[in-house]
Design a protein around this ligand. Structure first.
Ligand SMILES: NC(=O)c1ccc[n+]([C@@H]2O[C@H](COP(=O)([O-])OP(=O)(O)OC[C@H]3O[C@@H](n4cnc5c(N)ncnc54)[C@H](OP(=O)(O)O)[C@@H]3O)[C@@H](O)[C@H]2O)c1
Length: 232
């Protein structure tokens, strides 16, 4: 087991996009980051940027055994868990009548069940450190739109998971936050040129985690400020 005083985070979906930006942001704060995703080649490349700080671990977040393995690995190697960032996610956008059952299941299993599984198995360890869970939801977790039924349902579900956990974990001084970004410049979906940089959203994750001891940010919504020339 390595250092027991350095804070330790798990960031899911860290192979690219927002997850990789969050892993880098936390590593800059000298937090030990267990970075998980399925693309191990990308994770290993990220880990080489911060060899002493980012620890790449393969995990499909929808698989309970793989999730338990990530938590076990974290505790065995570092002896503690302070921050859980549930970031892994995907969006498949289509009207309900053409969205396939597999597409619906995949969004539920990755976006919602993946977060549930990580919370379930991380909570005993977060109670010991008075830790913090940040669920990366979306503006789509607060307002629905045509073609967004599956994605919005998964993210609305994440908002409910966050709310329930806030009450369950309050007695243990464990904080729970939903961060709801609007459009970002990642591979997730097509975006406009004024979309936010993943680094800007990752900075907000750090702001949330570094809130004063007696303060919880329950929900943060952040959107790109649409330039005048793009407004209707
Ligand atoms: N981009 C946006 O405009 C936007 C807006 C609001 C909210 N969000 C949310 O932000 C989060 C990050 O999205 P992003 O924009 O960074 O998208 P992205 O660039 O497509 O990255 C998605 C990440 O999720 C991981 N992932 C997908 N399925 C997974 C699975 N089964 N198991 C483990 N990891 C999995 C991917 O890793 P592997 O493929 O290597 O497994 C990848 O690291 C998502 O929850 C998304 O819903 C995005």
């Amino acid at each position: 087991m390595e250092s027991q005083t350095q804070k330790v985070a798990i960031v899911t979906g860290a192979s690219k996009g927002l997850g990789a930006a969050i892993a880098r942001r936390l590593a800059k704060e000298k937090i030990r980051v267990v970075a998980s995703a399925r693309s191990t080649d990308r994770l290993e490349k990220l880990a080489r940027e911060f060899a002493d700080t980012i620890d790449p671990v393969s995990c499909d977040v929808s698989d309970s055994k793989q999730v338990q393995n990530v938590i076990r690995h974290t505790i065995r190697r570092y002896g503690r868990l302070d921050y859980l960032i549930n970031n892994a996610g995907l969006g498949i956008f289509a009207p309900v009548e053409s969205l396939s059952e597999n597409e619906w299941d995949e969004m539920m299993n990755v976006n919602l069940k993946g977060a549930f599984l990580h919370c379930k198995y991380a909570i005993p360890h977060l109670k010991k450190t008075e830790g913090h869970i940040v669920n990366i939801s979306s503006i789509a977790g607060t307002e629905a739109f045509a073609t967004g039924a599956g994605y919005c349902a998964s993210k609305f579900g994440m908002m409910a998971l966050t709310d329930a956990l806030t009450f369950e974990l309050k007695p243990y001084q464990v904080k729970v936050t939903a961060l709801c970004p609007g459009s970002m410049k990642t591979d997730f979906n097509h975006y406009k040129e004024y979309a936010m940089e993943a680094d800007q959203v990752a900075d907000t994750v750090w702001t949330i985690l570094s809130a004063p001891k007696g303060v919880i940010y329950n929900q943060i919504l952040m959107r790109p400020l649409v330039p005048r020339e793009f407004q209707k």
